[in-house]
Design a protein around this ligand. Structure first.
Ligand SMILES: *Cc1c(COP(=O)(O)O)cnc(C)c1O
Length: 411
């Protein structure tokens, strides 16, 4: 019958959101537009099946096809991230947050020390925020960026690791605009005899395409969401050395989760195949080119960027010299059709609810086929609206017309 007839309320909501997504400039660094094919897998009958357990070891009958789905997804993750043969993959985490908690639960005891990046410097909620399960259950010690360079300072991280003797060292972040030196992290972990874990949620697409260094040759455990630069379904993946496989699998199921979302797991398989294409490699390269172009243009308009630029898909803008806070700037830009999020910057003097920064990312606009030229246009709109708030509605109209020329996949 179709939603349009059977449930026009939900149908209309989906249409409204479709329209919104196509008419704005999506600069939220963690978002993207997935392909029709990923959406097709997500909206398939695979949603109907209960499959508690793992391929070949399920608790319910009728899983012969589901086993093949999950095995295919695992195989493609192994190929896509070029895992060594003694590595294991779990594709069942419902999303990024459970994924990280499952690793901690599998490898650590409550109260153990974890070294991770401070949230205000780019860490994620699940990296030890006081209001998150991670921060309540484990003893997090946080490293920060260097106050001058606003980049990671590996000498300081080693000193802190040496002093605090963590069981696990976590790298990989949510708002860090620079390339991470995973080799150095690995050396630090080795020196203090800690487990090394990288959460590459944001940069997974860049890593899979080979445009950002991969932690996999060096690390013990690598986690990632699949819906950010990787352009797949909302889900999580845990990759680890074989010696950690049993503990981690047990922590996922039955430790934390019940039946896996096999429709999302099929979506991972589809996205991992897409990520192996030459087109995806070009896409990932263009994300970084666009991010650099957007950064340069914003600097030309007098915006200060944290660490003075970017190496990846994201930019952190410091509004301190602009006479507007992050919250107002986010709302103002939204009213101009430019969607992004306020963000703490390192050593921020304002509050998390109204911080000094904005975070911008180029993964979604690059999926729409925008290139460097379009990035300078976007920067000029951002500068114009922040200088003169009264032109927001006019810009919104221009953005809408502009966005029409760049149809988003799946919309
Ligand atoms: C997005 C993100 C997560 C969590 O993902 P959710 O799917 O939102 O739970 C975890 N770690 C990092 C670094 C992230 O960027």
């Amino acid at each position: 019958m179709g939603l349009k007839k059977s449930d026009p309320q939900v149908y209309d909501l989906i249409q409204r959101e479709r329209k919104r997504q196509s008419e704005v400039l999506e600069l939220i660094a963690s978002e993207n537009y997935v392909s029709d094919e990923v959406l097709e897998a997500l909206g398939s009958v695979l949603n109907n099946k209960y499959a508690e357990g793992y391929p070949g070891k399920r608790y319910y009958a009728g899983n012969e096809v589901i086993d093949d789905v999950e095995r295919l997804a695992i195989e493609r993750v192994k190929e896509g991230f070029e895992l060594p043969i003694d590595w294991h993959v779990n594709v069942q985490p419902y999303s990024g947050s459970p994924m990280n908690l499952e690793v901690y639960a599998g490898l650590l005891n409550p109260g153990d020390t974890i070294l991770a990046l401070d949230l205000a410097h780019g860490g994620h909620l699940t990296h030890g925020s006081k209001v998150n399960f991670s921060g309540k259950q484990y003893n997090f010690v946080h490293y920060g960026v260097n106050p001058k360079t606003e980049r990671l300072d590996y000498v300081e991280i080693l000193k802190l690791a040496d002093r605090t003797r963590p069981r696990l060292i976590l790298s990989g972040f949510t708002a860090y605009p620079r390339e991470i030196d995973f080799k150095k992290f690995h050396e630090i972990a080795e020196k203090v005899n800690a487990i090394s874990m990288a959460d590459i949620s944001h940069i997974a697409g860049l890593v899979a395409a080979g445009v950002h260094q991969s932690p996999i040759p060096f690390f013990d455990v690598v986690t990632t969401t699949t819906h950010k630069t990787l352009r797949g379904p909302r889900a999580g993946i845990i990759m680890c050395k074989d010696k950690f496989a049993t503990s981690i699998d047990k922590a996922v199921f039955p430790g934390m989760q019940g039946g896996p979302h096999e429709n999302a797991i099929a979506g991972i398989a589809v996205a991992m195949k897409e990520a192996r294409s030459a087109g995806f490699r070009k896409y990932a390269e263009q994300i970084v080119k666009n991010s650099r172009a957007l950064a340069r243009s914003l600097q030309d308009f007098g915006f200060r960027l944290v660490s003075d630029g970017t190496d990846n898909h994201l930019i952190l803008m410091d509004l301190t010299n602009k006479n507007i806070g992050g919250k107002d700037a986010q709302n103002l830009l939204e009213s101009a059709g430019i969607v992004l999020n306020r963000n703490m910057i390192p050593f921020d003097k304002r509050s998390p609810m109204d911080p000094s920064g904005l975070r911008l990312g180029t993964a979604a606009v690059t999926s729409r086929g925008m290139k460097e030229k379009e990035m300078s246009k976007i920067a000029s709109w951002i500068a114009a609206v922040i200088t003169d708030h009264s032109i927001a509605l006019q810009v919104k109209d221009e953005v809408k017309r502009f966005a029409k020329n760049f149809p988003a996949p799946g919309l």
